[in-house]
Write a protein that binds this ligand. Structure first.
Ligand code: ATP
Ligand code: MG
Length: 235
């Protein structure tokens, strides 16, 4: 069974429709990437899945349950995590406080989850007392991932996890994402670094103007010359 099934979703901001019928599947323990030009609606789709904006038509099913109309605060309890494209850490709080905030809805002991986050990101363990705002871009992105992992989600929605990072740091973040998947978390991510993202993805989608344009395995999309020419650039 797919962990997430988005079917023919139409939605946007108020009267402005940005998504004009998008369908996405994320299988259990898959990495699925969504790529496409700026303004295609990729971030809007993530927000729609995570209950941050309304869905006009279509359906979103998470672990077999329809979730349209549910708020983000409810979805996190069901096991969906979301790392937004921007403003994904509290800059004035320390690393440790950010991780604690990530788990604030948990009533049980958060120490084991924190331990696992520190195991995955030794950098965060070492810098637990640092203010998040002074971290490098890569450090901040690790913290954003760590914060989302504090709720031990089954599915993580990642919006441009490598945005603005130098190639070496970007590759490190991608390695961490692969490791997160090995820990049993399904990943649906939007990426500007389309080639890199598709290389590590089981499947991918090219979204254009709020609609599905192509979908296939990551490998097949990479091998498609039309997609290479139009959407993958030289990156
Ligand atoms: N809060 C908002 N209110 C109104 N329109 C918005 C809002 N946020 C985004 N849009 C519009 O929705 C369209 C899709 O934006 P979105 O951010 O989803 O694109 P994207 O595919 O994520 O692009 P990028 O690659 O630049 O991140 C754009 O035309 C954008 O101007
Ligand atoms: Mg975006």
């Amino acid at each position: 069974m797919a962990i997430l099934e988005v079917r023919d979703v139409v939605g946007g901001y108020g009267e402005v429709l940005i998504l004009n019928g998008v369908s996405i599947l994320c299988g259990n323990n898959e990495i699925v990437s969504i790529v496409g030009p700026n303004g295609a609606g990729k971030s809007t789709l993530m927000k729609a899945i995570f209950g941050l904006i309304g869905i006009r038509q279509g359906s979103v099913v998470f672990e077999g349950k329809p979730i349209m109309g549910m708020r983000a605060s409810h979805l996190v309890k069901l096991g969906m995590g979301y790392v937004p494209q921007e403003k994904n850490v509290f800059p004035s709080l320390t690393v440790l406080e950010n991780l604690q905030m990530g788990a604030f809805i948990r009533k049980d002991d958060i120490a084991p989850a924190m331990e696992r986050v520190f195991e995955l990101f030794p950098f965060l363990a070492k810098n637990r007392k640092a203010t998040a705002g002074v971290l490098s871009g890569g450090g901040r992105q690790m913290l954003a991932l760590g914060r989302a992992l504090m709720l031990e989600p089954g599915l993580l929605l990642l919006d441009e996890p490598s945005a603005g990072l130098a190639p070496q740091v970007r590759d490190e973040i991608f390695e961490k994402i692969v490791e997160i998947r090995h820990r049993g978390v399904s990943i649906l991510m939007v990426e500007q670094n389309a080639k890199k993202a598709l290389e590590m993805s089981d499947r991918g989608y090219v979204l254009v103007m709020g609609r599905n344009r192509f979908e296939d395995t990551g490998k097949a999309l990479l091998a498609n010359p039309e997609i290479g020419r139009l959407y993958l650039g030289s990156a």
